[in-house]
Design a protein around this ligand. Structure first.
Ligand SMILES: *Cc1c(COP(=O)(O)O)cnc(C)c1O
Length: 404
């Protein structure tokens, strides 16, 4: 049977201490031992099922991690305090001084800044490439390369990575393929396509209520154990641990992810089609005009659609700002970064989430001034939303009156 991530999450049962339908929350930073020997063994990593200290792990964090591992089809997972708190330990665990990373050039601004400005301090260099061109990716690999890094659907340009193709290259050169799947939970399961490590910012669709930051690393038991090792584990030592109370609340939100993703995708598809018909330059992986539409289709779990993210280009930053302000005034969404909320969120990436990327590089990758990124919300009546959006666009002369 086909791997269905929503089913695998749903099939995990956790009961609370008193038969509660939700697992009990472990509201403790430290744990007692009946014998000193067990404490020693736990430190050495030899006492399964024993908890030591909550920066290492806690029952609540393990529940959430298991559910996310079930979603991605990996052996296990480690949750973290934020998406960056997942990404940075992974890269520092896999690379040492002198190593090299090949990364997609269109990635989350924070990840880009980390690879461009921060890891060079430790003599870890990154080549940024067009990830959609496998020959260019392969040509960038050197004898020092350890990691291939990309996002399944990239931020903000919505480029789609050929994960199976990248996995073949990773195998050939003995690299770890690390995929940030934040934009396409449930729709794409990178580990099933050959990725070694899958990362999410839980802050976005997975938690879905814009009330916290959080992250996860999904991978093999061996790698997650390395991250959590008390002696040299980057997650353990850098300390980006999620709080137990928050892990419990993210797990409850995860329960409705499949329903939300369907609605996000439904609404984004509707808007993308209408915007394109109106003559706006629209990018959405669900449109036949998207250069990787067929690739996305070949990788996706159909039920969950092409996701909630789309971009339009309205020509200039001034027009983009005017439109976003007007849409906010009409209560169509909020001028805000982030994504995956019930309400539509929009921002101009060039001056916000991707502002870490220098202007000349933005131009080279096609990140234009007039670009608006939409995280389409859960609107009950997307037709009504579209009608009002179109009025805003007429009012600002972004759309010229169409003959009727
Ligand atoms: C937001 C985001 C991150 C960073 O996650 P935080 O939870 O903000 O630390 C990483 N990757 C992508 C694709 C994101 O959208």
């Amino acid at each position: 049977m086909k791997f269905n991530p929503a089913n695998t999450i749903q099939d995990l049962q956790y009961f609370g201490e008193f038969g509660g339908v939700n697992p009990s929350i472990s509201d403790s930073s430290t744990y007692t031992f009946l014998s000193a020997k067990t404490m020693f063994d736990t430190f050495e990593g030899n006492a399964d099922g024993c908890y030591l200290y909550s920066r290492h792990t806690s029952p609540s964090n393990l529940y959430l991690g298991e559910a996310l591992a079930a979603m991605e089809g990996t052996e296990t997972a480690n949750v973290s305090a934020s998406g960056m708190g997942a990404i940075t330990p992974v890269l520092l665990q896999l690379c040492k001084s002198g190593d090299h990373i090949v990364s997609s050039r269109t990635i989350y601004g924070g990840t880009y800044a980390f690879l461009k400005n921060f890891t060079p301090r430790f003599n870890i260099e990154t080549s940024f490439v067009d990830i959609t061109k496998l020959d260019i990716v392969e040509a960038a690999i050197t004898s020092n390369t350890k990691v291939l890094y990309c996002e399944s659907v990239s931020n903000p340009l919505l480029e789609v990575a050929d994960i199976a193709g990248l996995a073949r290259i990773a195998k050939k050169y003995n690299l770890q393929l690390v995929v940030d799947n934040t934009f396409s939970p449930l729709s794409i399961a990178p580990a099933k396509l050959g990725a070694d490590i899958v990362i999410h910012s839980l802050t976005k669709f997975i938690n879905g209520s814009s009330d916290t930051v959080g992250g996860v690393v999904c991978g093999t038991q061996e790698f997650i154990d390395q991250l959590r090792n008390v002696n040299d584990g980057a997650s353990m030592l850098l300390g980006s641990t999620m709080d137990s109370l928050r892990a419990a609340s993210v797990l409850k939100n995860l329960r409705t992810l499949h329903i939300r993703m369907k609605q996000h995708s439904h609404n984004a598809t509707y808007l993308a089609q209408k915007f394109e018909e109106d003559g706006l330059k629209t990018v959405y992986p669900g449109l036949a005009s998207h250069p990787s539409h067929e690739l996305f289709k070949s990788m996706m779990n159909d039920e969950y659609g092409f996701g909630g993210m789309l971009t339009i280009d309205v020509g200039s930053i001034d027009k983009a700002n005017q439109l976003m302000e007007l849409m906010q005034k009409r209560n169509l969404g909020y001028l805000a970064v982030s994504l995956g909320f019930y309400k539509t969120l929009f921002s101009a990436p060039g001056t916000s989430t991707s502002s870490e990327i220098p202007e000349d590089e933005q131009a080279a990758m096609g990140l234009t001034d007039g670009l608006i990124r939409f995280s389409v919300g859960l609107d009950n009546d997307i037709q009504r939303t579209y009608t009002i959006m179109r009025e805003c666009m007429f009012e600002l002369n972004i759309l010229k009156p169409i003959l009727v």
